[in-house]
Ligand binder design. Structure first.
Ligand SMILES: C[S@@+](CC[C@H](N)C(=O)[O-])C[C@H]1O[C@@H](n2cnc3c(N)ncnc32)[C@H](O)[C@@H]1O
Length: 287
């Protein structure tokens, strides 16, 4: 059991991760979209539905869902990070959608109305919750009977060279921190194991799992080589290793940068850098 509370994680998102996400939004949202574009092909979204988007970030998927449910439908996005939702609200006002609302809150225990949603959706959100079963239970409670939940979660680091590349190179020069000072939650790979994930879904009440699909695709990890290198230096497993190694970490950046350049150049398509990734697309029904 972690010594962190969800509030620590929420503080980490608000205080530490916001500038990094703003800086690399084009990559983080870009590789998210590479996966959700495929996931949406499996979601049976109909006009008029009411959909909950959990950990909606900048609300990009809320706007896509709003398009799918049409003006007779509704999308509620919930996120714990104030700044992401401020951006989401500005972009919503600039869009033509009138059927989206944002809630600033902790999706793990937010008092959603019972049985009020036709569908719940989360793109790379749920893995960060301190108690994922409690969060899934809360989502389950908020779904109508027959309602579906779609989750997109990363598979393991071993299957995600897009995140592993920086870690492998950083660990040539630095050691894995044993104690991480601040963290955004159990982490992006906390739902990577299929059996554990199925057990969590079952414990939350999702006895009917309709789809558990491995989605292996290349994703965009930089609009050019420098962009891709900076992103690996600041975000993800390598960003954490460097940050937690303090001054020593900073002093190793030139060497890590050089190695990253050599490796990432192999993955360039034109200027852009595309790397292999793997996620689960999960669809479950509330019976
Ligand atoms: C990896 S980001 C994904 C954002 C968005 N779904 C996307 O795909 O672009 C995870 C999001 O979950 C949010 N989050 C983390 N813990 C949360 C919690 N307990 N309640 C609500 N949102 C949370 C973070 O603020 C962040 O926006």
């Amino acid at each position: 059991m972690s010594h962190f509370t969800n509030n620590d994680f929420i503080r980490c998102w608000n205080d530490i991760l916001v500038p990094k996400w703003n800086r690399f939004r084009h990559i983080l949202s870009g590789n998210g979209k590479n996966h959700s574009d495929i996931a949406f092909e499996y979601a049976n979204i109909k006009e008029g539905q009411k959909i909950l988007d959990v950990g909606c970030g900048y609300g990009e998927t809320c706007l896509e869902l709003a398009e799918k449910v049409g003006s007779s439908g509704k999308v509620i996005g919930i996120d714990c990070t104030t700044s992401f939702l401020e951006t989401a609200k500005i972009e919503l006002a600039e869009s033509r959608h009138k059927n989206v609302e944002y809630i600033l809150g902790d999706a793990q225990d937010h008092p959603f109305q019972d049985e009020s949603f036709d569908m719940a959706f989360s793109r790379f959100g749920i893995m960060f919750f301190e108690n994922r079963v409690a969060a899934l239970k809360n989502i389950h409670r908020s779904l109508k009977v027959g309602g579906q939940m779609m989750l997109i979660v990363w598979r393991g680091l071993e299957d995600n060279y897009c995140w592993r590349v920086g870690k492998e190179i950083s660990l040539k020069y630095l050691t894995q921190p044993t104690k991480v000072g601040s963290t955004c939650g159990p982490g992006p790979f906390s739902m990577a194991d299929e059996e554990t994930c199925r057990d969590m879904l079952k414990a939350a009440g999702f006895s009917k799992i309709d789809l558990f699909k491995q989605n292996d695709i290349d994703v965009i990890m930089g609009r050019d080589i420098d962009d891709a290198i900076e992103m690996q230096l600041q975000v993800g497993p390598s960003g954490e290793i460097i940050r937690e190694s303090g001054e020593h970490g900073k002093s190793m950046i030139p060497k890590i940068r050089e190695d990253l350049k050599k490796e990432l150049e192999k993955y360039q398509r034109g200027n852009e850098v595309w790397l292999p990734s793997s996620a689960w697309i999960i669809l479950a029904t509330k019976e």
